[in-house]
Every structure is written in C-alpha cells, then in structure tokens.
Design a protein around this ligand. Structure first.
Ligand SMILES: NC(=O)c1ccc[n+]([C@@H]2O[C@H](COP(=O)([O-])OP(=O)(O)OC[C@H]3O[C@@H](n4cnc5c(N)ncnc54)[C@H](O)[C@@H]3O)[C@@H](O)[C@H]2O)c1
Length: 460
C-alpha cells in the first residue's frame, strides 16, 4: 500500500543510467534519511548484541558487514548489455550506519558489553575494542510474563496490567527518541520465542484488542504489547521470532491506521535458510522427496528457551511449514505427497551459540531410484542473524519514508514464516523472495522490473 508523503524531499541523486527512467511510481515520494535513526530492540541477547557490536566494529573500520544485502549487494538495472549495477545502498536512500543509535529492553539488567560477553558469540578481543560504547547501551525494564517463556526468569521487569505496560513502553519510546535526538525509529523483536498461541476473537480488530489490553487478557503476550506500542507510535516493527506478535488482524489494522510498515516472522538463518535454498532446487528438477530429517544441537539461551515444549512448538510450526509451501504436494502428489518431515532441537550447553545441524534427505529420481543427501552445517546462529537485523532496520525505515505501510511482503526473504495478507499463502522459495525484494527496490525508484525473459537480446 502507498500513500502520498507530504514531506517530499528530493530523491537521492543517482547517476542517471542512459535510457533508464528515474521518476518514482505515481503516489510515491521517497524522503531522504536525514538525522539519527533509533533502533529499538526488545531482547538484548545474542542476536541483538552481535548486531550492535557488529555495527560499531564496521563503523570503526575493524570489520566488514558480510551477509548484509544493504551493505554489500549490487542491483542490475536495465539490460545485461548495459552493465549498470549500482550497489543497493547507492541506489535507494538508506540510513547511514553512522546515524544508527541503539536501545532496547531486557528482563536482565546487563549492559550490552556484559550481555555480549555472556552470549559468547564474539571474541573477547573484539569486544574489548568496543567496550566503552557497548557499556553505555543499557536495557530498559522489560515487559515480561513467565507464562509465555517458561524457561526464563528475569527480575528486571515492569509492573502493571497489560494496558499500563503498553503505556509505559510508549513512554520509554518517546523518552528514547527525545534523549537521543532521533528523527525516526524502528523496532525489531529480538526477544525469546514465546509459547505457541492461536488467534482468538480479541485479535480480530484493534477495538477488541485494546479492550482486551485494558481487561488484562491472557491472550495478549508481551511481544504483542511491544508490537502494539511501536505500531501505535507509527514505528516500523519486525518480528525476529516465530511467536504471533504483530501477525494478528488487530495489529495489521492498526498498522494501516498509523501508516506503519510491519514484517515477520522468525529470522531465516541456519538450517531453514538451507532448506529454502535446496528444496526449490529439488522441485525445479522434479526430484522426489521421501523424507527430510533435521536435527540441531545448540547451547545458548535461545536453546534453553526452546527446551520448553511450549516455545518449541512455536518454533517447530515455523520450521515445518517451509517445505510444504515450497514443494506444493497438492500439485505434485507423486513427488511430495508422502514426504516425512521431522525437525528436532536439542539443548546442549557445551555448544553455546555454535549450533550444529544435521540433515538427512531421502530423495528419488528417474524411475524412482533412491538417493541420499547429508548436510552437516556447523553454523553460528547470531552471525547469520545479525545482518538480517541490519537489513530489516534499513529497509523498514526506507519503506516508512516511501509511504509504504501494512505488511511488507517484499521482506519475506528474511523470514522463516513470512507474514502475508489473509488468504494468501506465503512464498518461501529464497530465490523468488530475492527477486521480489530487488524488484521492489527497482519499483521504488521507478525502474523496470527484471523478468529474466531476455527476448530483447535475440530480436532485431
Ligand atoms: N539466532 C538466530 O539465528 C535466530 C534465528 C531465528 C530466530 N531467532 C529468534 O530470535 C530471538 C533472539 O535470539 P537470541 O539467540 O538472541 O536469544 P537470546 O536468548 O540470547 O536473547 C533473547 C533475549 O530476550 C530477552 N527477553 C525475553 N523475553 C523478553 C521480554 N518479554 N522483554 C524483553 N526482553 C526479553 C532474554 O532475556 C534474552 O536476553 C529468539 O526468539 C530466537 O528464537 C534467532
């Protein structure tokens, strides 16, 4: 959805490629990213601190932002023969890394240096270089309830009923913006995975939702309160965990009302990232899949939270849905109608944040002959997640300045369970998601989409 931006500023100057339009689509106006952009993170754990420390290191010139599309990737414009491939950050006006200011909430009092040290993702040597800045980033008291995350018990929390807590969060947000002199804000949920919840009547409209907030309804989880506070304030919101959070009609309605872009759910990292790389390949070649068994060991706090069956169920749903949508068994019953898909997560403290994942794929080809694929991925979860946080921050801020609001499906590239409009199935294929993301950027700058049809190279 798009609206007219009243504070229309001149679009960022890009050298005009020969023969290509640079006018913006009708009704769109991209304002420039002037001033500070506040990044608010509920949950200052492994992912959040790896992200923040990473940005500080990149700013100092002591590390590179590998894995980030906004920082590293180029985008082709026009025909292949024209060889026009600006970097994405030179093509669309994104906030500068030097303009990011960080804040957040947690249920433990640790500042970002201490939290990063405990998370054990980044080397001590690097953390020491960033210590003064990381020490300054201290959490605000979290909105928390153990009923939703059973394996955690923090005492650094706000008190009150749900409505009062939403008001307190809004107060925190406004104070943060003022004290840090921010022009704009973005919020990304980096908190723990909450227990599995289904949509209820109170989630169906913002009127019902606000009534239920006032009645302190148990169907409103802490992550929904953060999402509500952000969207109410017109602050773009992304959900990095699989819990419902903003994925309810009430908050989608509010996001349209307050003209706020939203996106979710569950950062696509590790095993699922590879599932969405490999499964489209099997389907493209019409290779059958009898079974896919995935197991993980991880030993960080996320692993501890997921050791509870309630939180695991939320994660399991998110991980399982991917194959079903990519393989379309209803269209290819012979190939994928009987696929046995199983996912396990085992909490194993010695592994820390260095997750190890094993996948066994039983596939079949010509005449039904069986084959196997084995994958052993020794990954670093937060190293894969941090650039996703960065890209979401910058793209959601771009979306807001471009006047886009509601669900931003073009960002589904970053999620295991992409949030989509009611009645629409999510697109999980990483390559379709990637094309969609880049075409959206082209569209935002009034460039032609690239369809890869390529007839023009063969016609006189
Ligand atoms: N690491 C990855 O690659 C990855 C991938 C996909 C999704 N995720 C999700 O991202 C989230 C963060 O992952 P992580 O590895 O940083 O976990 P983590 O346990 O290290 O950090 C989560 C932090 O959130 C805090 N927290 C929990 N509930 C809170 C609340 N209500 N308010 C404020 N703070 C709260 C915890 O105290 C903890 O410090 C998890 O939900 C995880 O499932 C992570």
């Amino acid at each position: 959805m798009a609206r007219k931006n009243k504070n229309k500023l001149k679009p960022q100057k890009i050298e005009k490629p020969k023969g290509l339009a640079l006018s913006l689509p009708k009704g769109l106006a991209l304002s420039l990213p002037k001033g500070k952009l506040g990044v608010l993170l509920p949950g200052l754990g492994a992912v959040a601190t790896t992200f923040i420390a990473g940005i500080l290191a990149v700013r100092k010139g002591i590390a590179r932002p590998f894995g980030s599309i906004t920082q590293m990737q180029t985008i082709r414009l026009g025909k292949r023969t024209e060889k026009i491939t600006p970097r994405i950050k030179d093509f669309v006006p994104l906030a500068d890394l030097n303009d990011l200011v960080f804040g957040g909430w947690d249920i433990f009092k640790d500042d970002c240096y201490t939290a990063a040290k405990k998370a054990g993702v980044l080397e001590q040597n690097l953390l020491e270089k960033l210590k003064p800045e990381l020490k300054k980033i201290k959490p605000m008291k979290g909105v928390f309830n153990r009923d939703y995350v059973r394996n955690l018990d923090g005492s650094f929390i706000k008190w009150g009923n749900r409505w009062e807590m939403a008001e307190k969060l809004i107060e925190d947000i406004r104070n943060f913006k003022r004290e840090n002199n921010c022009r704009r804000l973005v919020m990304v949920w980096c908190g723990s995975t909450e227990i599995y919840m289904e949509r209820k009547g109170i989630h169906n409209s913002i009127k019902n939702f606000e009534k239920a907030l006032k009645k302190d309804s148990k169907f409103i989880s802490p992550s929904m309160i953060y999402a509500y506070a952000a969207i109410k304030e017109g602050i773009p919101y992304a959900n990095g965990a699989p819990n419902l959070s903003a994925d309810i009609p009430a908050l989608v309605e509010l996001s349209k009302k307050t003209q706020t872009p939203i996106a979710g759910k569950d950062f696509k990292t590790g095993q699922t990232l590879f599932k969405t790389i490999i499964a489209p390949g099997l389907k493209a070649r019409m290779l059958g899949l009898k079974g896919w068994f995935s197991t993980n060991i991880l030993g960080n706090r996320d692993g501890q939270v997921l050791d509870d069956p309630g939180s695991f169920k939320t994660k399991e749903k998110s991980k399982l849905s991917v194959l079903e949508y990519i393989l379309q068994p209803h269209l290819y019953p012979e190939l994928y109608g009987k696929t046995h898909h199983q996912v396990r997560i085992n909490y194993y403290p010695p592994s820390g944040d260095n997750k190890e994942a094993w996948d066994n794929l039983d596939i079949f080809g010509w005449l039904g002959y069986p084959m196997q694929i084995k994958i052993n991925f020794l990954c670093r979860d937060s190293i894969l997640a941090a650039p996703i946080v960065l890209d979401l921050v910058l793209f959601l801020d771009l979306a807001k300045r471009a006047g886009l609001y509601g669900i931003q499906e073009w960002l589904s590239f970053y999620f295991k369970s992409p949030q989509v409009a009611t009645g629409l199935y999510p697109e999980h294929d990483l390559f379709i998601q990637h094309t969609k993301l880049k075409n959206t950027l082209r569209w935002l700058r009034g460039e032609k989409s690239i369809t890869h049809l390529g007839r023009e190279y063969y016609q006189h």
